[in-house]
Design a protein around this ligand. Structure first.
Ligand SMILES: Cc1cc2nc3c(=O)[nH]c(=O)nc-3n(C[C@H](O)[C@H](O)[C@H](O)COP(=O)(O)OP(=O)(O)OC[C@H]3O[C@@H](n4cnc5c(N)ncnc54)[C@H](O)[C@@H]3O)c2cc1C
Length: 317
């Protein structure tokens, strides 16, 4: 029995989530293998090995949305390899593949997992109701258990593992029926630290009042060496790009310090940042739900508190 981890190449390597899942997989049952979709390189495979994969099933990148073919190929691999658990992240391809695999194998998918145990029957702890409640589900269906885990649920820790055995996997020829082709790729440019990896995140919400007020959030983040986040309300209003959205339908962050400026603290936002180390909230409404998760709260107007913080930091540096 083994645990497999699905990993799609992003920016030339495995995602942090895939490395987190490989780390978790090491503590589960038996061998660990990665299913890697992308160009692949010695460096990439070494990183997968260093995080626990002893085998990499390598599916070469294509210019098609290949989830249907990948699910078919995985069905054959599973028949030969008998994994007990297959872990997926929240990426679009992850979800596309696991949904199709679920239909092919007639197995349920357990989503939003924040913990997994395999010491007895596979048991998956999931967050429901926007992360406010945890439930533990014991998987009684035939293996493999199909699990989608939340980013940052586990730390990514190298194990010093050796380079893995790489096994190329051919996708079955499905002709062109129903095939969606990738015609172009657009990488959103961003400055400063990566939002999902930053030690400090400063996020702005609708309380800022307008797109023209957002630069003060960016200035505060820059002075602190942090990354900039935003709520969906701000992103939907077009003040900043979607790549900055924190929350249920955006990114999950877990910085040492999270500063929420003019953010109400809706459940869908909290689910993406509530596990941050120290949460500091600035809101003019003392009843705002964000104060329920904040370690430090400033009841005040962002337009006076944030400039005062900026001034204090500038004076200090
Ligand atoms: C399916 C679904 C998924 C969602 N996914 C996400 C997600 O991923 N991320 C996300 O963020 N949201 C998400 N949302 C939206 C979420 O429900 C909230 O609408 C959103 O988070 C609110 O954003 P906000 O806090 O910026 O705005 P508001 O809720 O409008 O809050 C603004 C806050 O600013 C305060 N304020 C106003 N003026 C000032 C001032 N001058 N100084 C200080 N404070 C001030 C107000 O007191 C208020 O608390 C989702 C919703 C749904 C239905």
């Amino acid at each position: 029995m083994a645990t497999w981890v699905f990993s799609e190449e992003v920016d030339g390597g495995p995602t942090t989530t895939a490395l987190e899942l490989l780390t978790k997989a090491r503590s589960l049952d038996g061998e660990v293998a990665a299913i890697y979709l992308g160009e692949g390189s010695d460096e990439t495979f070494a990183a997968l090995g260093d995080h626990g994969a002893t085998t990499v099933y390598h599916i070469a990148a294509t210019d098609t949305l290949a989830a249907a073919g990948i699910a078919a190929a995985l069905e054959s691999l599973i028949a030969g390899g008998s994994p007990r658990i297959i872990l997926f992240g929240l990426g679009n391809t992850d979800r596309d593949v696991v949904g199709r695999l679920s239909a092919r194998l007639d197995r349920p998918v357990l989503a939003n997992a924040v913990d997994i145990s395999a010491s007895g029957p596979v048991a998956v702890t999931s967050e429901i109701l926007g992360g406010t409640t945890k439930v533990v589900t014991e998987v009684r269906a035939e293996a493999p258990a199909l699990v989608i885990a939340r980013p940052k649920a586990f730390p990514a820790e190298p194990s010093g593992g050796a380079a893995p055995t790489v096994i190329p996997v051919e996708l079955p020829d499905r002709g062109h029926a129903g095939e969606a082709r990738i015609t172009s790729r657009h990488a959103e440019s961003s400055e400063g630290p990566d939002l999902e990896a930053a030690a400090i995140v400063v996020s702005g919400g609708r309380g800022l009042g307008g797109a023209d007020k957002f630069p003060m959030i960016e200035e505060l983040a820059t002075l602190l060496g942090g990354a900039v986040g935003a709520t969906r309300a701000v992103v939907d209003s077009g003040w900043v790009p979607y790549s900055m959205q924190v929350g249920q339908t955006g990114k999950t962050v877990k910085p040492g310090v999270y500063i929420a400026c003019g953010i109400s603290g809706a459940m869908q936002h909290l689910v993406g940042m509530k596990d941050s180390g120290t949460i500091i909230a600035i809101n003019k409404d003392p009843e705002a739900p964000i104060f329920g998760v904040a370690d430090l709260g400033i009841v005040g107007d962002v337009h006076s508190v944030v400039p005062a913080l900026i001034e204090a930091l500038k004076t200090k540096s």
